[in-house]
Design a protein around this ligand. Structure first.
Ligand code: FAD
Length: 348
């Protein structure tokens, strides 16, 4: 058993949540982490472009992919240690993220409840340090196991090695270097619930729950997300298309003076602030805009959508125009959150 299976000229349309048409020159489905070393011995992987693909919920194919796409299908979850207060859980890269959230909650472990219903795989979760409703996965990750392309070895990276930041990590910065094969998370059995974010308390009260536990938080957040975000199986999208911009404090202050309704959050240092990209885009008049099959969601200004037959290039062109108009109106540069394949955001 080689641990991988190769196929030529594969359609990617069903493998990205924007559902844009694109093809890969070759696809490798990998069933065992230790097969990666052998696979990377092929000239096409050693020398040519390689892309690791999870569920395709955080990338936009602006063109066909001329190299090899790797999909990891290992999907086990188990508890490595449990001292009664915390458990160390290991999940393979191919596990669906929301399945892991449900698996841990069902075993009385908490921490991941605010990240319920984020699409994608466990293997992709450290890439942009996924987060929602005030919690990020980096808080719980103890170790990431990853195949290192330049050495051909599987390496164990500690949380500090991963360099987690807002929607960022070492893996995102060095996109072609790592193939994440498994993630270890240390999860508590008891923890103060984080309910202070965008309607969570109200949703729980509406569910008739007086003394909520982590499972109720996951349920409430799943309900809010289902209402607020377009379902990619109905309307192609990749969630938030733009990151919330982090700007100098002085610019945030000036903008807040001119636009008192603008939401301003703490930045990544004492001298910066984070602005709401959704507010900026909505104020620039883009919410619900549609041009052919490319558009901005009517429910949420941050979500770029494919109404049916838009191409990646058309979606990207609309995203550029949205960013240009925000730059013109507010002097704030927006950056995309999903990875662009076959295009460069700065060089158009
Ligand atoms: C409706 C919707 C809502 C969303 N909401 C949120 C949210 O609330 N918070 C949030 O943080 N994100 C959100 N996202 C984005 C997305 O769910 C996450 O980024 C998710 O982690 C992507 O997982 P994936 O398996 O689909 O990765 P893919 O889209 O397949 O890949 C994304 C990136 O990760 C790399 N990658 C994937 N797997 C591996 C691996 N094993 N090793 C190395 N690199 C890898 C890819 O090469 C690519 O660069 C949302 C997306 C959608 C469609």
């Amino acid at each position: 058993m080689s641990g991988y299976q190769l196929a030529d000229n594969v359609s990617l349309q069903g493998r990205n949540t924007f559902r844009v048409p694109a093809r890969a020159a070759m696809m490798a489905d990998v069933t065992r982490a230790d097969a990666l070393a052998e696979l990377y011995d092929f000239a096409m992987l050693r020398e040519g472009p390689v892309l690791v693909l999870g569920e395709g919920s955080n990338l936009l194919f602006a063109a066909d992919f001329p190299g090899v796409i790797i999909c990891l299908t290992m999907a086990g979850i188990r508890i490595l240690e449990d001292d009664g207060q915390h458990a160390l859980v290991i999940a393979d890269a191919g596990v669906n993220w929301n399945d892991l959230v449900g698996w841990t909650l069902a075993r009385g472990l908490c921490g991941l409840e605010n990240m319920a219903l984020i699409p994608g795989t466990v293997g992709a979760s450290p890439i942009q340090n996924i987060g929602a409703y005030g919690v990020e996965v980096g808080e719980f990750i103890e170790t990431v196991e990853a195949f290192q392309r330049d050495t051909g070895q599987i390496k164990r990276l500690s949380k500090a090695d991963c360099e987690f930041a807002y929607r960022d990590s070492r893996f995102k910065q060095q996109a072609d270097r790592w193939v994440i094969t498994a993630v270890e998370l240390r999860l508590p059995r008891r923890r103060e619930l984080q309910l202070d974010y965008a309607g969570v308390r109200e949703e729980i009260a509406g569910m008739g729950v007086g003394n909520p536990r982590a499972v109720h938080v996951a349920e409430a957040i799943s309900r809010i997300r289902t209402r607020k975000l377009p379902n990619p199986s109905v309307l192609g999208n990749a969630g938030s298309f733009f990151k919330n911009p982090i700007v100098p404090g002085a610019l945030a202050l000036a903008l807040k003076d001119a636009h008192p309704a603008l939401p301003v959050y703490p930045g990544d240092s004492a001298t910066t602030r984070k602005l709401s990209a959704a507010w900026l885009i909505e104020s620039a008049g883009w919410k619900g805009y549609r041009e052919g099959d490319a558009g901005i969601a009517a429910q949420h200004a941050l979500v770029l959508v494919n109404h049916g037959n838009a191409t990646g290039a058309q979606l990207l062109s609309l995203a550029h125009r949205v960013a240009d108009s925000v730059q013109e109106k507010f002097a704030v540069a927006l950056e995309p959150e999903p990875r662009l394949i076959g295009a460069n955001w700065e060089h158009r």
